[in-house]
Design a protein around this ligand. Sequence first.
Ligand SMILES: Cc1cc2nc3c(=O)[nH]c(=O)nc-3n(C[C@H](O)[C@H](O)[C@H](O)COP(=O)(O)OP(=O)(O)OC[C@H]3O[C@@H](n4cnc5c(N)ncnc54)[C@H](O)[C@@H]3O)c2cc1C
Length: 492
Amino acid sequence: MLPATTDVLIVGAGPVGLATAAALARAGVDVTVVDRAPSAAHTSRAAVVHAHTLEVLDRIGAATPLVAAGIPAPRFTIRDRDRTLVPVTFAGLPTRYPYALMVPQSTTEAVLHDRLTAAGGRVVRGCEAVALTDHTVTFAGGERVTARYVVAADGMHSTIRGLAGIGFGPDAPPTDLSAGSSGGGSGPSSPASSPASSDAGPTGTSPADRSGTSPADRSGTSPADRSGTSPADRSGTSPADRSGGPSGGRSGGRSGGRSGDSSGGESFALADVKVDGGPPRDEVVLYFSRAGLLVWAPLPDGTVRIVAAVDDAPEHPDAAYVQALLDDRGPLRSRARVTDVVWGSRFRVRHRVADRFRAGPVLLAGDAGHVHSPAGGQGMNLGLKDALALADALTETLRSGSETALDRYAAERRPVAQSVVRFAAQLTRLATVPAPVRPIRNALLSALAHVPAFRRRLAYRLSGLDQRLPHAAGAPVGEESTHETDRTAPRA
Ligand SMILES: Cc1cc2nc3c(=O)[nH]c(=O)nc-3n(C[C@H](O)[C@H](O)[C@H](O)COP(=O)(O)OP(=O)(O)OC[C@H]3O[C@@H](n4cnc5c(N)ncnc54)[C@H](O)[C@@H]3O)c2cc1C
């Protein structure tokens, strides 16, 4: 049941909308959060929560349950096959969370939802925002809610952002985060007709499936498990263009090509797989191999997330396809054997930052304000930090009557987004250089890795600790946090 009026209306109950709502509810603000999807998304998508995000989430009591649900990866290495090029360790960082926490997005959302309900809030589902007039949002069913402030947390294709007249232009080199992923992770209303739809996310295996049901439940790569428009439709390429099997069209594979296409966006295959052997399960590895990029990222249910830059990613990568990628690009000594694909997909990357983060009563947060390549796993992390900063600003504004805090939010978060988008674009470009350049790139990286300041800087950027501001760690919201507020870290 929707109220006729509310102080803050949050459109979108993804991780960012949930975190904003939980923080506002804990602060005693009258908040309403809606989502058009009838139920929460079930796909793993963002698989890493970084140290600074955990520090920020601790303010709403979400860090401890997240840490309990995930697995810590204290090391991040760039390798060329068995040769370590750049070893990055989070272990020495000045934080309570000296690791990358590997945890599927569906679990993160469940924890945030729990924090919201613990504060007395709830998500009103099946409500699709379709119109905005001044302070009033109209939903597809004809209901209207008038709010003092409207938060656009409705993802990359944000309806509210568009209705508020805020542009979403390219902000970084033309690498593109668009959708080639299969299915509509946000439910039946996923914007399948949109030209770019990574927020729909790949579908396949539900979080319930991933947390211990039978193997039969986990075979999420069958087309029947997937909903929505085919990724090929969404990315503007015909299925015929995308027929590559394991031996065909891998980025740069043996042909030495690049994973871009005529649209300019790099193409990636993604699969969560069961695997025997392979690299350690407490380490995220980027293989910068001659045959192309491959990411190895362990997940808490024993599966491993594999991402590879490829020219023509299949809609449903199968075990043979992923095995061939691992054989061509992964470790030689500790070979990994894929036994099952739990969930697979493909995507392209696009980089965008909204022109403004505020337009009158409308404020943007999360993917509504910025999208970029998943390189470095920054997207959801950035959005969650928007969420807590925006909740602080809204709380202050509603208490004081002055909108200075909202203006500060908009002014501060956009440059942070631009910086993260640039970093992700740089990482993506580095990871997908053309085949002839790869040996030179690897030699340079290997030399740079001998400079401790370079490794430390990378650790700070990946963990997000470089974004710590004196006032950004903030105090616990509402109830007590489980830890003391962090001290500001030295700049790397
Ligand atoms: C394959 C893949 C891998 C990824 N990997 C990573 C990673 O490793 N690390 C990382 O940090 N990020 C990653 N991301 C990005 C991450 O998933 C997003 O950054 C994150 O989901 C953004 O959260 P959000 O709450 O802003 O938006 P979303 O999660 O997109 O949520 C938006 C919500 O708004 C709802 N909605 C949309 N329109 C309306 C409307 N008109 N009315 C009502 N409700 C509406 C939707 O149903 C949805 O629930 C990945 C994404 C994909 C697709």
